[in-house]
Write a protein that binds this ligand. Structure first.
Ligand SMILES: Nc1ncnc2c1ncn2[C@@H]1O[C@H](COP(=O)(O)OP(=O)(O)OP(=O)(O)O)[C@@H](O)[C@H]1O
Ligand SMILES: [Mg+2]
Length: 617
């Protein structure tokens, strides 16, 4: 909590001083009130002097008005500080989360990040507001009332000195048991958020598989678990109020009894006994409020440490000090490869098997690399190393001859456009989704990208065209339409390298072929117009999508099982042949066998594949 105050409180320091100062003035009036009432009783009511009663009544009224005015100022300061800090913390968290690499995002998990940015910030906000308003009030009122009471009469003060530690002891007993529960409650809220998110975002699948009961049960279990903990805390803290008021009322009885005797012998006035009772009530009520503050601050401190955990998480992927990389000149006599992997390996965690294992390959400018392999063979992970969504653990990945770790991230991600495996659109319009890479793109450029992505037909059919609305997640578009729009988005802003991660899986074969043809044309046009030709990486599980690629990389359990053209691999790589046999028609395979034996050089395909020998390629 202190760390958050240090980071975000500076701007609100003025409010945090003015607010409590106003509260202090209000507390002083609260402390004076019993004394004025005592005067009213002794000099007005006791002496049957109506004028004195009216006089002290007016004094009390004036004190109340002044007190309320200061309270209002304090309230405003508290609102400005807590809301302002809450907004700043939320903004900083959101900004920082956007800087984290996939590895850190995987570690926290999306539901937990959402809970931290919403619920945890709310807890901190509440504590800040209460802190400005109450942190001075209750402790000061408790101590002030005690001192004032002791100043009136030491003998009655002994009752005070017995009641106060008794209540303190009850609080200590209850709080020591509650605090660990508050920490557990936050973690259990995370779990509810996770189940909620999974259940709601996958509602269609849940219904399709008739899993509603199972999901309901899962949610009920998590909610019950959280409720049990909350009830356990509630039960413990419910002891507090009755015990406090019991002790307080016993104390009041004792004061009235002992005080009554002293009034009879003339040692105290009735007004002083009433003031004593008021101070006693004020002190003990203050202790109850202080305990509530402890609860709020305990929850807030658990939340603050969860917020700090995110803010202090150093992004593993940074580009500090990286200078812009000069792109190769078109027509250079010795062009650098557009893309190269040099013994690159990556694993998702210590002890986990490598998802990408010792991959070495080079792709010249303007060429197309096809990446094929079974589910979970590491295709997506391999291509995510190119735009530094993850960093290779060992070995290196280079783009245009420079290690990706030497590129400024903005430049790298502008040069390399990625179409992710899961098409994701955000709420807005088609135009706002297409201009992510280049906000100044003209309509002409957007239509050209849509044409290439085979998406212009359905966009033209929309009444509002480029300004047609896109709902959250693009759910008002079909899977294939979403894919085409994400491909078009990647093509806007003239990337030099285009990565399509299984992004044509929802397209029919004809559209898929038309898309690849359009990309090839664009690449050649780029070169003919004196620019850099477009280099393409196509990830797919379909042989038909990658067979025309200049180079195909066959992945198996993260390792390269074969590398070469379709014809070369068909003859030399057993795994690739098996994939072809499972997907291509008999006539295609027969034609294949003929051409393969006549055109391929056995063994060439696996020249770069370190695992090839093992696979028997
Ligand atoms: N975020 C992650 N955390 C831990 N392991 C992961 C993560 N993402 C992927 N993996 C693991 O890494 C391996 C490679 O996954 P990857 O997504 O690269 O496969 P893929 O070839 O793209 O599969 P698909 O064809 O299904 O898209 C798999 O074993 C997978 O379980
Ligand atoms: Mg994948």
């Amino acid at each position: 909590m202190i760390e958050l105050l240090r980071r975000f409180g500076g701007k609100f320091r003025r409010y945090m001083v003015i607010g409590p100062a106003c509260k202090l003035i209000e507390v002083i009036f609260d402390l004076l009130t019993p004394l004025v009432i005592a005067q009213m009783i002794d000099k007005g009511i006791g002496a049957h002097d109506v004028n004195a009663v009216i006089h002290y009544g007016m004094v009390l009224g004036a004190m109340a008005v002044i007190g309320i005015s200061f309270t209002l100022v304090c309230q405003k300061m508290a609102a400005l500080t807590s809301q302002g800090m809450g907004t700043d913390i939320r903004g900083a968290l959101y900004q920082h989360i956007n800087k984290l690499s996939y590895a850190e995002l995987d570690r926290f998990g999306t539901p937990s990040l959402i809970t931290r940015i919403t619920n945890d910030v709310n807890q901190v906000q509440l504590a800040v507001a209460l802190g400005v308003r109450m942190l001075i009030r209750w402790p000061f009122l408790a101590v002030g009332s005690m001192v004032a009471a002791l100043a009136i009469d030491l003998k009655l003060g002994m009752i005070f000195l017995i009641c106060t530690p008794a209540i303190g002891l009850v609080f200590w007993f209850v709080m020591a048991r509650c605090i660990p529960y508050y920490k557990q409650l936050q973690a259990k809220l995370d779990r509810i958020a996770l189940i909620c998110r999974e259940g709601l975002s996958g509602a269609r699948v849940v219904r399709a598989f008739v899993r509603e009961d199972h999901e309901r049960e899962r949610f009920a279990q998590a909610a019950d678990d959280q409720a049990h903990t909350a009830i356990a805390v509630g039960k413990l803290s419910s002891i507090l109020n009755p015990v406090t008021f019991l002790v307080m009322n016993l104390g009041v009885c004792a004061i009235l009894w002992v005080g009554g005797i002293q009034v009879n012998v003339g040692e105290l006035t009735q007004g002083q006994v009433m003031a004593f009772v008021n101070y006693m009530t004020q002190t003990l009520t203050s202790i109850v409020y202080v305990a509530n503050l402890v609860v709020v601050f305990t929850k807030a401190s658990a939340s603050a440490s969860r917020i700090n955990e995110v803010l202090n998480c150093v992004p593993s992927i940074t580009d500090e000090g990286n200078q812009p990389v000069a792109l190769p000149k078109p027509g250079n006599a010795a062009p650098v490869p557009a893309l190269s992997f040099d013994h690159a390996s990556f694993s998702f965690g210590a002890g986990a098997a490598n998802a990408v294992n010792d991959v070495t390959l080079e792709l010249p400018l303007g060429k197309t690399l096809g990446v094929i392999g079974g589910t979970g063979s590491g295709k997506s992970t391999l291509v995510s190393l190119i735009s530094r969504l993850y960093d290779a653990g060992t070995g290196s990945v280079s783009v245009m001859g420079s290690d990706v770790r030497a590129w400024p991230l903005d430049q790298l991600r502008h040069v390399v456009a990625t179409v992710p495996q899961r098409a994701s659109l955000v709420s807005g319009t088609i135009r706002s989704n297409l201009t992510w890479r280049d906000e100044s793109a003209t309509d002409e450029e957007l239509w050209a990208a849509l044409d290439m992505a085979q998406a212009s037909e359905f966009v033209r059919n929309k009444q509002q065209g480029l300004d047609a609305p896109v709902e959250a997640g693009g759910k008002n578009f079909s899977g294939g339409q979403r894919q085409r729009l994400t491909i078009a988005r990647a093509l806007v802003g003239s990337p030099q390298i285009l990565i399509m991660d299984d992004s044509a899986s929802a397209l029919d074969f004809k559209t898929d072929a038309a898309l690849r043809h359009a990309i090839r044309e664009r690449s050649m046009r780029g070169a003919a117009e004196g620019g850099l030709p477009l280099t393409t990486v196509i990830v797919s599980q379909r042989v038909s999508t990658v067979r025309d690629a200049d180079m195909i990389c066959v992945l198996d359990h993260g390792s390269v099982a074969g590398l070469g053209t379709h014809d070369e691999l068909y003859t030399t790589c057993q795994l690739y042949r098996e994939i072809c046999q499972s997907q291509l028609r008999r006539e295609e395979l027969e034609g294949q066998q003929g051409s393969a034996t006549s055109t391929s050089t056995p063994g060439a395909a696996c020249a770069l594949a370190s695992t090839c020998a093992k696979e028997g390629c």
